[in-house]
Design a protein around this ligand. Structure first.
Ligand SMILES: Nc1ncnc2c1ncn2[C@@H]1O[C@H](COP(=O)(O)OP(=O)(O)O)[C@@H](O)[C@H]1O
Ligand SMILES: O=P(O)(O)OC[C@H]1O[C@](O)(COP(=O)(O)O)[C@@H](O)[C@@H]1O
Length: 315
């Protein structure tokens, strides 16, 4: 009988709970004993590891976040703590891990494998969608839908009050969430870190649109751009001559009821991850590509992520 543990690391996403539920069901169907590592690498070091049961995952498919917690861990960067983590796994007879996380977490796993030979399969999970080699990371669809609802609601009040709204999305250094939601919500402006911009380029166009009857603007800006959102709002007030408000969407983008797509992707990612470990693949990450699901190595998924140039052209 084999033991496999699952954990979440880095920013939580909606879709982690459906993944945990399916992990328990799928491993049990394969006669594997599933374990949960609570609170990411921190729990791995602190021996917060328990056998997972059906009861643990009952009713969690509808919930955002992660029932087993997540963390960012400074201690895991140090060999002496990774050694403690390895001993904890040894005591339970666990030699394989499924990890829901981002490229930082995968770097950590790679180091752990190099140190002690603990096998792993990573599942890309970040609302930022900024992992190289995969078209899609778990949690992105739910985050996009939350942003969509927020923008649509803000549009209602923007149009009623003749205002410009600057809506800031998450994404750290990546403009994916801003770009996709701007495109699909009909925003008048979209500013992302990957594309240089000059506000002056918008001035003539926006003033002409106001002359032609436009009464409000929606500007979607990514958190990673060099300017603060309040500076963009000030520009609308002072240069365009329209009252402006800022909405920083913040952590609401990370939570919420997982979308159907994220639930389905969680299911598929978990199948591929467990199968990789059963096939004795030592270190891999399940990626979703135009050709479907494939396994990629750490070197590839930890390369810098680049936004699709076709999408950028649409700006
Ligand atoms: N080179 C490394 N060696 C060991 N652990 C690492 C390494 N890089 C990252 N980690 C671990 O992975 C955790 C998550 O990484 P982070 O970049 O914060 O999140 P994400 O997985 O979302 O990219 C870090 O807090 C750290 O514990
Ligand atoms: O929750 P925190 O620590 O404030 O971090 C916020 C950051 O985490 C994210 O929500 C997700 O980042 P990761 O998935 O890479 O951890 C970013 O979009 C954001 O910049």
């Amino acid at each position: 009988m084999k033991n496999i543990a699952i954990m979440c690391s880095g920013g939580d996403v909606s879709g982690m709970n459906p993944a945990l539920k399916h992990f328990v069901e799928y491993t049990k169907s394969k006669n594997i004993t599933p374990y949960f590592i609570y609170n990411g690498y921190e729990g791995l070091i602190d021996n917060h590891i328990e056998e997972a049961t059906y009861k643990d995952v009952a009713g969690i498919i509808t919930r955002g976040g992660t029932k087993i917690g997540s963390s960012r861990s400074k201690r895991f960067l140090e060999y002496e703590y990774r050694k403690v983590a390895k001993e904890n796994l040894d005591n339970l007879g666990i030699d394989s891990l499924v990890v829901l996380g981002g490229d930082g977490s995968f770097r950590g796993l790679h180091q752990f494998y190099k140190d002690f030979g603990i096998k792993f399969c990573g599942i890309p999970s970040t609302i930022d969608n900024d992992i190289n080699g995969t078209e899609y990371c778990l949690g992105v669809d739910t985050a996009l839908n939350i942003i969509k609802v927020a923008i649509d609601s803000i549009r209602d009040t923007a149009s009623s009050f003749k205002r410009a709204f600057v809506i800031e999305t998450m994404g750290r250094d990546c403009g994916y969430l801003a770009l996709i939601t701007a495109l699909t919500s009909g925003a008048e402006m979209c500013l992302i870190p990957e594309v240089e911009y000059n506000l002056a380029d918008y001035e003539k166009k926006f003033k002409k649109e106001i002359e032609d009857g436009r009464t409000y603007f929606i500007a979607i800006v990514a958190e990673g751009i060099k300017q603060d959102s309040s500076e963009i709002a000030k520009w609308f007030e002072e240069t365009i001559g329209m009252e402006a408000r800022v909405n920083v969407l913040g952590h609401m983008q990370r939570g919420g009821n997982p979308s159907i797509y994220d639930r389905l992707m969680a299911y598929k990612f978990v199948n591929y991850a467990v199968d990789a470990l059963l096939k004795n693949q030592n270190e891999s990450v399940v990626c979703y590509t135009k050709k479907g699901f494939v396994y990629k190595n750490i070197d590839e998924v930890t390369k810098p992520y680049r936004l699709d140039t076709e999408l950028i052209k649409s700006l």
